[in-house]
Design a protein around this ligand. Structure first.
Ligand SMILES: [Cu+2]
Length: 122
């Protein structure tokens, strides 16, 4: 069931004309971008940026620009755990990353939607 949902998620991305090259590669710290003014967008069924670097004790704002609800949810077993709950279109969720580590994120509504926060001490 989970794999089917993943396939559907990928098909959905392809259907929207999004390039899949940026979304099917695993995140690496070297490839992580800054969180763009400490803001991460939820748009086109993706986290933008999907692989981002955060300095500890920085508050990151997650903004849903999509026309569908999304969540910002930590993967199981992360050093920091949080869950935005459902963010409606236009919804905002903020989180202050206080613990250094590689923190995997996903959307509970669209399993193909993942991100990694590389949280590092300054
Ligand atoms: Cu989502």
């Amino acid at each position: 069931m989970r794999s089917l949902a993943l396939v559907l998620g990928v098909a959905l991305l392809a259907g929207c004309g999004q390039t899949s090259s940026s979304t099917d590669k695993p995140c690496t710290e070297a490839g992580a971008t800054s969180s763009n003014g400490n803001q991460v967008l939820l748009d086109y069924y993706a986290f933008i940026p999907r692989c981002f670097a955060v300095v500890t004790n920085t508050t990151v704002t997650f903004l849903n620009l999509d026309d569908t609800p999304h969540t910002v949810t930590t993967d199981p077993g992360q050093v920091d755990t949080f869950d935005s709950g459902e963010l409606v279109p236009g919804g905002v969720f903020t989180h202050t990353f206080t613990t250094a580590g590689d923190i995997g994120l996903h959307c509970t509504l669209f399993p193909g939607m993942t991100a990694t926060a590389y949280v590092r001490a300054p």
